[in-house]
Design a protein around this ligand. Structure first.
Ligand code: GLA
Length: 342
């Protein structure tokens, strides 16, 4: 942001996301089917000065980050690393003083971190397409935590559309909104589990997918026959998950367009089994939640959502079903408002 914004006030809000189907498929350029949700993170700033100084409604410690921050990995408190990562990518010419507030559960797999990155980038003056915003925030997360995550979370937060899920092609980054049919709702249940192994297990899955691609080429283009030629048993199962998951996402989009909730729900169950058995990112607590939701009247299907190793499960249910969990609605993507300050 140029110094011309100095003296104005800005308020940027970015939603979290829940992924209905297509997990661990984004970082090999496959397909995902998330929706932005009606909970998110807001950054309100009075623009000015040479630091970004933010209070948080979730942490008594403020983040005070100089504009020339060059190593976000050492910034404290930890949540401020996301802010610093965005600053290191965006290089705003002016800082600001303000606050971060959120209605998202933190670290639960609803992309509270992507929502923070996207809101910070907009509040610090990012201008560009939702795709460029998502790319910048993905790089920011990489800088701040050394994590090689995919593009799904940031793109869902940037490009959400009220009433719609998003079919995203993670190679072309095209986003196709697909309306959530009347009479259906998305229910999200939190296992309460927060596992410290998540980051290293995520990276090891990624490396296994890369090993598969070194043998048989891009998983996005591979068939189950190609996968069966893979030499290692573990790599073969990881690749089988990705290849079958990509096919399930495309089929799921068709089922949703056709209003076939039962067919869509069946694909969610298959996705869960694949994430549990082939990709091995579920836990006993997540499996138990999925099973109990799947037995609930009015629930068409349920699965672990996001990276796994704890966090949430997502279910597709008839409106008014007794399924236990948060009812999350598909929401618009991030937005920003500027006001002259008085
Ligand atoms: C995390 C990552 C995403 C994606 C999911 C798994 O949420 O940030 O890019 O890889 O895990 O689908």
């Amino acid at each position: 942001m140029g110094r011309g914004r100095e003296g104005t006030r800005v308020r940027a809000t970015a939603p979290g996301r829940v992924n209905l189907i297509g997990d661990h498929s984004d970082y090999t350029g496959g397909y995902v089917f998330p929706m932005a949700v009606d909970r998110g993170t807001t950054v309100a700033l009075a623009v000015g000065g040479d630091v970004v100084d933010l209070a948080s409604d979730r942490d008594p410690e403020r983040a005070v980050i100089p504009l020339d921050v060059d190593d976000p990995t050492t910034v404290r408190p930890t949540w401020a690393r996301y802010v610093a990562g965005v600053m290191a990518e965006l290089r705003p010419a002016v800082g600001g003083v303000g606050a971060v507030t959120t209605t998202l559960p933190l670290g639960a797999g609803l992309s509270s971190s992507a929502a923070l990155e996207v809101a910070v980038a907009l509040a610090l003056g990012f201008e560009g397409s939702p795709t460029d915003l998502a790319r910048l925030c993905q790089r920011a997360e990489g800088r701040a935590f050394g994590a090689r995550t995919g593009i799904m979370d940031q793109l869902a937060s940037a490009a959400g559309q009220a009433g719609h899920c998003l079919l995203i092609d993670c190679t072309s980054l095209s986003v196709t909104p697909v309306a959530l049919p009347e009479g259906l709702e998305v229910v999200v249940a939190d296992s309460g589990e927060r596992r410290s192994v998540a980051a290293s297990a995520y990276e090891s899955r990624r490396l296994q997918c890369e090993a598969a691609e070194a043998e048989i080429g891009p998983l996005r283009l591979a068939t189950t026959e190609d996968v069966s030629r893979l030499a290692g048993e573990v790599v073969r199962r990881r690749a089988r998950h990705v290849v079958t998951e990509n096919a399930r996402v495309l089929e799921f989009a068709e089922r949703i367009r056709a209003g076939d909730a039962a067919g869509a729900g069946q694909l969610m169950r298959e996705s869960h089994a694949s994430l549990r058995d082939d990709f091995e990112v579920s836990t006993a607590a997540l499996d138990a939640l999925v099973e109990s939701l799947a037995r609930t009247p009015g629930v068409h299907g349920a699965r672990v959502t996001g990276a796994g190793f704890g966090g949430c499960v997502v279910a597709l249910a008839e409106t008014g079903s007794p399924a236990a969990g948060w009812r999350l609605r598909p929401a618009d993507g991030a937005r920003v408002e500027w006001q002259e300050s008085r």
